[in-house]
Write a protein that binds this ligand. Structure first.
Ligand code: HEM
Ligand code: HEM
Length: 190
C-alpha cells in the first residue's frame, strides 16, 4: 500500500489522517458536551482535561495533515463528477480544514481568557494566549459553541455527500477512502 496519493487513490498517510481525525472529532464533541453537563465532581475536571488535551492533539494532527497535503495533491475526482460537485466538494473540504484549525484555537483562547492553568494530558503546560478577562471569556465561549455547530453542519453535508456518491451514484469516492482498499489502475475511474 503506497504512502503517497496518486491520481486514482488516496495513500496510506492521507487515509490514516482522515480516519484518525474523524474518530477523534466524534469523541471530542461528546467530551465537550459531557464536560459542560457533568455535575461539579472531580470527574468533571478529568473530562475537561481530556477535552482540552484531545483538542490540542486534533489541532496538531490537522496541521500535519495539511502539510502532508501540500506536498501530496489529492487524487482526481471521478470522471463522472460534474463541475458544480467538484466545486462543492472543494468548498466543504476547505471549510472543514478551516474550522478544524480555528475551533481548537478558539478553545485555547477561551481557556486563556478564563485564566485556567492547563497542562496537555497533565504534562506539557499550554501557554496563555491572552490575559484573563471575564467579558472575553463569555464571548469566546459563544464563538467556541457556534464553531462547534458550524463543524456539525459541515459534517452532515459531508456525510450526506458520501452516502449519495456511494449508494446513489455508485462511484469510487467512498471505496478509495476506505483502509486497505485500492482501485486498480485499469478501472474506469467512476
Ligand atoms: C462517517 C464519517 C465520514 C465518512 C464516511 C467520510 C468520507 C470521506 C471520503 C469518501 C472522502 C474523500 C472525498 C473525495 O475523494 O473527494 C473524504 C474526504 C475528506 N473528509 Fe471525510 N468522511 C467522514 C468523516 C469526516 C470527518 C469527521 C471529518 C473532519 C472532521 C472529515 C474531513 C474530510 C476532509 C477534510 C476531506 C478532504 C480530504 C482532502 O481533500 O484533503 N471527514 N471523507
Ligand atoms: C476540535 C476541537 C474541539 C471541539 C470539536 C470542541 C467542541 C466543544 C463542544 C461541543 C463544547 C460544548 C459546548 C456547549 O454545548 O456548551 C466545548 C466546550 C468547551 N471546550 Fe471545546 N472543543 C475543541 C477544542 C477545545 C480546546 C483545544 C480547548 C481548550 C484548550 C477547549 C475548551 C473548551 C472549554 C473550556 C469548554 C467549556 C465551555 C463552557 O463553559 O461552556 N475546547 N467544546
Amino acid at each position: 500500500m503506497p504512502f503517497r496519493n496518486d491520481s486514482l487513490n488516496w495513500g496510506v498517510m492521507a487515509k490514516a489522517f482522515h480516519w484518525s481525525v474523524a474518530t477523534l472529532i466524534f469523541v471530542q464533541l461528546a467530551l465537550g458536551w459531557l464536560s459542560v453537563a457533568w455535575p461539579l465532581t472531580p470527574t468533571k475536571l478529568y473530562l475537561f482535561i481530556w477535552h482540552k488535551s484531545l483538542g490540542i492533539v486534533i489541532l496538531l494532527l490537522v496541521v500535519m495533515r495539511l502539510i502532508w497535503r501540500l506536498f501530496n495533491p489529492r487524487p482526481q475526482f471521478p470522471v463522472t463528477m460534474p463541475r458544480w460537485e467538484r466545486v462543492a466538494a472543494e468548498t466543504v473540504h476547505g471549510l472543514l480544514y478551516a474550522v478544524l484549525i480555528i475551533l481548537p484555537i478558539s478553545g485555547w483562547f477561551l481557556n486563556s481568557a478564563a485564566g485556567v492553568p492547563f497542562r496537555v494530558f497533565g504534562w506539557m503546560r499550554l501557554p496563555a494566549l491572552l490575559a484573563p478577562s471575564r467579558p472575553l471569556t463569555g464571548i469566546m465561549i459563544g464563538i467556541h459553541i457556534l464553531l462547534g455547530w458550524v463543524l456539525i453542519s459541515l459534517l452532515v453535508i459531508h456525510i450526506l455527500a458520501v452516502v449519495r456518491h456511494h449508494w446513489l451514484k455508485r462511484d469510487v469516492t467512498l471505496k478509495r477512502m476506505l483502509p486497505f482498499v485500492r482501485i486498480p489502475e485499469n478501472s474506469q475511474h467512476v
